[in-house]
Design a protein around this ligand. Sequence first.
Ligand code: SF4
Length: 214
Amino acid sequence: MFCFQCQETAKNTGCTVRGVCGKPEKTANLQDLLIFVLKGISVYGEKLKELGKPNRDNDEFIAQGLFATITNANWDNDRFTSLIQNGLNRRERVREQFLVAYKEKQDRDFDGQLPDAATWTGQPESFAEKAKQVGVLATSNEDVRSLRELLIIGLKGIAAYADHAAILGFEKDEINDFMIKALAFTTKDMSVDEMVDLVMQTGKTAVDTMALLD
Ligand code: SF4
């Protein structure tokens, strides 16, 4: 495990064996795998939006999945396993929608490159092993890792507000679109300037999401 999402983190660098908060390693790893699956869903969500056919089926799931991984919110491994399975099923559905929409628009099959998050699949027995490969340290460049994780931590905050607002009946497509765009973004090679720009947008979107609760 490697978790550095809160100020309690070990030695101010990262919890690597068990969280200072008590979070077990297996739980931390499953949380990483859930984020990985949400990224895969978002890759197709972003592509559908680019094709002019945005898909809203996964908005709530993405917000709830991100929210489930915030500090001390949930340490139920069965719940995370179930969310990952649900996420993989959702990703396959949105993938099919994208492939159909792409063919309709381009008159040919999609043959572009896709990140591992958009293609990997597995059964619950394989989750623990895969989870070890997709955590924070999977990004080797420290600057890129820091910016990607700053983005993910910001998204978790947005998701927490968005989920509360949705329960009260307030939602904004722009906020859900931003979460999809930002999650998909973490699977791409982008410049530092582009990453910093998106991190700044995350802050603004968090304020906009909080305003839904006013
Ligand atoms: S949430 Fe828990 S495991 Fe993660 S950094 Fe904080 S104390 Fe460590």
